[in-house]
Each structure stands twice: as C-alpha cells, then as structure tokens.
Design a protein around this ligand. Structure first.
Ligand code: ADP
Length: 543
C-alpha cells in the first residue's frame, strides 16, 4: 500500500500570486503610460485592493462563475487589475487583440460569448461599432475616470471603470476553488485559419509563472524592473503580469506608445532592466538609439520570441548595446513558453562565436515541457541536429483541446505545433520553418527563416521575408521581399550575391523585390499569407 504525502493541499490560484505580491512586496511600483497621455504610478498593495473592489463590481453586474469577460486594452495597470479580478473571482478573462479586423474581433467575442467587455478609451469606437453584432454582450466598461467618459453614447449599458471601483468597499475574500478551473482565454491570431481559443487554467498559469521565473528561463528577480512590450492581449504578455507578481518586481507598462523614442524614454526614465517582445518591435527601438547615438543605462536583457529572431539583431543588441538577448520559442497553445536559448556548463570553454551560434537556436525546454520531432508518417526522429521533422510538445501548460471545438488537436497524446524543427544531441531545438512556410523546391525543403536571417545581416536591409513562388520546373522557388533601411541603396544583384557562402548554392533566392513595407499580422509577425497572395503571379527570372 502506498503511503500518502502529508502536505497541505492548496489549489494553485491566480489570486494567490497577487495576494503574495501585496503582502510581501506591497510597496513595489507599477508604472503605466496611460492612453490619457500621462504617467500613472501605483503599487502591488493598491492593485490588489482595487482588484478586490473590481471583483465586487463584477458580482454587482450579475456575472456568474465561468462567465467570460472580454478586454480590448493595451498594457497598463487597469488591464492587470482586470486579469486578477476576473480570474480571481472565478470568471474567465478573455483578452482580445484590438489590431485584428473588426469582423474577427466580433467573431472571437461571439465565440467566447463575452458578457462584459472592458475597453481602453482609444479602442472604444471599435466596441461602439461592433456592439450591435454581439448578442451576448450585456455591459461595456470604459477603462477611465468619469471626466473622460463620452458625453453622448448610444450604448445602453456603458459603465465607467473608476466609478465601478469607487462604489465598492473592498471587503472581499478571494475564493478558493478547483485549480483546473478556466482562468483566461486567448485566441490564436488566425494566421492558420479561423482563430481558435486556448483556455488556460489557474493551475497551468501558476505553474507557467514558476517555470518562467527560473534563472534559465526569463530569470526574473525582485530587483528587476520589467517592461513587457509584448501585449497583454496576446498570450497574457507571455505570463509576465503573473511572474512579476510571483517574484515581486517592478512593472512598467507602455500603453500603446510602442515607437522607438517612447520606448527608449520609458526604459531610461524608469530604469528598466528587462523586457520581452517579438522581433519587429525592436527594429524601431534599435533604429532610434542608432540614429540618435544613444546608449541604455540600465537595460540588461530581453526575451525575443514569437517569430525567429534574426541573428543580426541579437548581435546588435549584444555587441553595440550590451543587452543580452534570450531567444525563446513558444505559442498561444503553450501559454506560451516552450524553449529558451541558454547555455549549459559544458559550453564554458566554447569560443564566443560558437556560443553565439548555439544561442541563435530557439533553445532547450524548460521543465514542464517535453518535445519531440516526427516525420510525415509520425515516426519519431533522432536528436542529431540534422533530421528535421514536425515539432510536437506536451506539458503542464500545453492545451489538450480548443474552446468550442470537439475534435482533439492531439496526435498520440502530443500537441503538433505546426513548426518544423531539428533537435541536437544536447536538446537544443531549432525551428527551420512553419510547415506551411517552407519552400518546397523540387522535393527539397528550403527554410524561409534561413533566407531571411542571412539577408537581415546586410547593412542596407531593414526587413526581409522569404516566400515560395511558383516555378514551372522546381514547383516552388524562393522570392525575397525586402524593405531597405531609410536612405540605403542596394540592388537586387548585390543582395543575391550576398548569399554566397552563407547557404547552399541551390537555395539562393531566384529573385528579390523591394517594397515600402512588409505586412504584419496583428501579433507583429510577417504576414506570409498576404505576401504569398500579393506575389502569386510574380514571374521569376529563372522560370
Ligand atoms: P499564431 O499561431 O496564432 O500566429 P502564436 O503567437 O501562438 O500565434 O505563434 C506561435 C508560432 O510563432 C510558433 O508556432 C512559431 O511558428 C512561431 N514562433 C514563435 N517563436 C518563434 C521563434 N523564436 N522562432 C521561430 N518561430 C517562432
């Protein structure tokens, strides 16, 4: 007969992160650049108290356990209060990406059956427009004070956020319930079809926060000041509002002010040490510091993921600005953390160049995530750093199904990511492509990421995207779509010649087109689908 452990059973509740932060690090600041234009300062004690009041307000609005509460908001303290109030009171926080097309926002809000939507001032016109097509919607809460409320509004159930909070006394105890209860929902950005909802639980969120805080993961400490550039509407800002509460560090929220100059000023004024975001967002910041000959005085490290981080960007950050880049891979379905580029002790004697090369990969699994690669028949492939296959994962914060979809996405108990990867004998994973983005040339695969990374190292190139273009003989051949750096001049031939020695000759792109702008998805990734559509009739010079 087995002997049971005799430890307290305390369900892993998201509210416990906030109560811990308030009790043990209550005076640590939360700073937000607001939509209203000013800077706002609060701390963990205040956020916890206001979250309790907001939970009372949700009771008063008649919301029941399990009801979905939508948010259309930028990164800020009010958005974080909503996270905690909604999940902590057993409702489900549904963050919606305001950059999606309005029809998509409506589709998602209807699929989730949001009863309430919290919205930032400058996104309110979108909600006003969509409200008639959202039958489940009962209340709209404008995230502002009374003086910012619109004078005229056709919406019947419009509330003022600060009024809702002011009406409550905070006499509220965070309830304890089954840790597997839904806490939040995030929809995938729909780059691969209709958006699908990933439903996170209290348990998965708290475990993810533990793992993210680890030294070889995001390495968050009480002494850090963290500025999440990654939006709170996409995979809960990679869990940073939870991990920050767990370790009790200072948070700085940029609101919607994400241009290079605004970010730089915020980094300096608030003495930010650590940040996180997708590659495209850093282009603006790096351009700004370069053009104005600036340096960072406190910024030490940043997590870059969500799309392949070009090695040239890692080197610029590290060599020119002394900022360590941790390349990370994850996805909505993984809450999102999967792997991170971190060294092992065996690499201590490696040359700087070899270490850099290794850290350009997407990295090794954090505890809690296991991975494997399989071929088209589902056969498991070796970890030899060469065999490329479909990447599959499983773990404590990986979805087992999608919201409202009966069919299981799992394959043999594993979640197929849709990414193609290699894994080396030390467990370092490298994404070679998303399966639908690989360029299939005469039966051989060309990695669009390799082609993009190589060109991003050219001094005249601001951004590059590789897409498959139809070819009569090879079926598909690579076409590069390129944005030049402001003021830079470079020819198609020079760029093609730039590939020499960097990739196998047969993979060299057949053509380059210059554009003013590369389209990005609502989550900041290169929008390959749209590029393929735009260049579907492009005639390659080799055809
Ligand atoms: P969506 O799938 O809706 O676009 P996600 O943000 O969940 O949104 O995207 C996850 C995908 O992003 C991964 O499956 C992978 O293709 C890509 N991705 C994330 N991080 C990286 C990375 N470091 N390198 C390459 N691709 C990445």
């Amino acid at each position: 007969m087995s002997l049971m452990g005799q430890m307290m059973h305390m369900p892993l509740m998201i509210s416990s992160l906030l109560t811990h932060a308030a009790r043990h690090n209550g005076d640590v600041e939360i700073v937000s650049k607001r939509v209203e234009g000013d800077m706002h300062r609060t701390n963990w004690t205040e956020v916890e108290l206001r979250s309790r009041k907001l939970a009372q307000a949700l009771d008063r609005l008649g919301l029941e356990a399990g009801d979905r509460v939508g948010t259309l908001a930028w990164n800020g303290y009010r958005h974080m209060e909503i996270y905690y109030a909604v999940s902590g009171s057993q409702r489900v926080c549904h963050t919606i990406n305001p950059r999606l097309f309005p029809q998509q926002v409506a589709w998602i809000a209807n699929d989730a059956q949001d009863k309430v939507i919290f919205v930032d001032l400058n996104i309110f016109p979108l909600v006003e427009k969509l409200a008639p097509s959202l039958p489940a919607l009962q209340h709209v809460v404008l995230m502002c004070a009374r003086e910012n409320m619109p004078r005229e509004c056709a919406l019947p159930h419009l509330h003022c956020y600060e009024d809702l909070i002011a009406a409550e006394d905070g006499n509220y105890c965070w309830p304890s319930f089954d840790e597997n209860t839904a806490a939040s929902i995030c929809y995938t950005s729909g780059t691969t079809g209709n958006p699908k909802g990933a439903v996170y639980s209290h348990r998965s969120t708290v475990l993810h926060a533990f793992a993210a805080a680890l030294p070889d993961a995001m390495s968050l400490k009480a002494t850090d000041t963290v500025l999440p550039v990654v939006p709170m509407f996409h995979v809960n800002a990679w869990g940073l509002p939870y991990t920050a509460a767990m370790v009790g560090c200072k948070l700085v929220f940029p609101g919607h002010h994400l241009d290079g100059a605004s970010l730089y000023n915020l980094f300096e004024e608030e003495k930010v040490t650590m940040s996180a975001g997708v590659p495209t967002i850093w282009l603006g910041l790096l351009n700004h510091v370069k053009t104005n000959n600036l340096k960072f005085s406190t910024f030490k490290s940043t997590i870059i993921g969500g799309a392949a981080c070009p090695p040239a960007m890692i080197r610029t950050f590290e060599n020119d600005y002394n900022v360590e880049v941790i390349h990370a891979w994850g996805m909505t379905e993984l809450s999102p953390l999967g792997t991170l580029g971190r060294l092992k002790s065996k690499h201590a004697d490696w040359s700087t160049e070899d270490k850099q090369k290794l850290l350009e990969k997407q990295g090794k699994s954090v505890y809690g995530i296991d991975m494997r690669i399989v071929d088209a028949e589902g056969k498991v492939l070796p970890w030899d750093g060469k065999s490329a296959g479909d990447l599959e994962v499983r773990g404590h914060w990986v979805i087992s199904g999608y919201f409202n979809i009966d069919k299981s996405p799992l394959h043999d108990g594993w979640f197929p990511t849709g990414d193609v990867a290699t894994i080396d004998p030390d467990g370092y994973m490298q994404i070679t492509d998303r399966s639908k983005d690989v360029i299939k040339s005469g039966g051989e695969w060309i990695s669009s990421i390799d082609l993009e990374n190589a060109l991003m190292a050219h001094p005249a190139v601001q951004e590059a995207a590789a897409i498959a273009c139809h070819h009569p003989k090879w079926d598909e051949r690579p076409l590069m779509v390129v944005v030049k750096k402001p003021g830079a001049e470079v020819s198609k031939e020079e760029l093609i010649a730039f590939y020499k020695g960097k990739i196998p000759n047969w993979q060299t792109p057949d053509d380059v087109v210059f554009v003013d702008e590369i389209p990005h998805t609502a989550t900041g990734k290169i929008w390959k689908l749209q590029l393929r559509e735009k260049f579907k009739d492009h005639k390659l010079p080799t055809a």
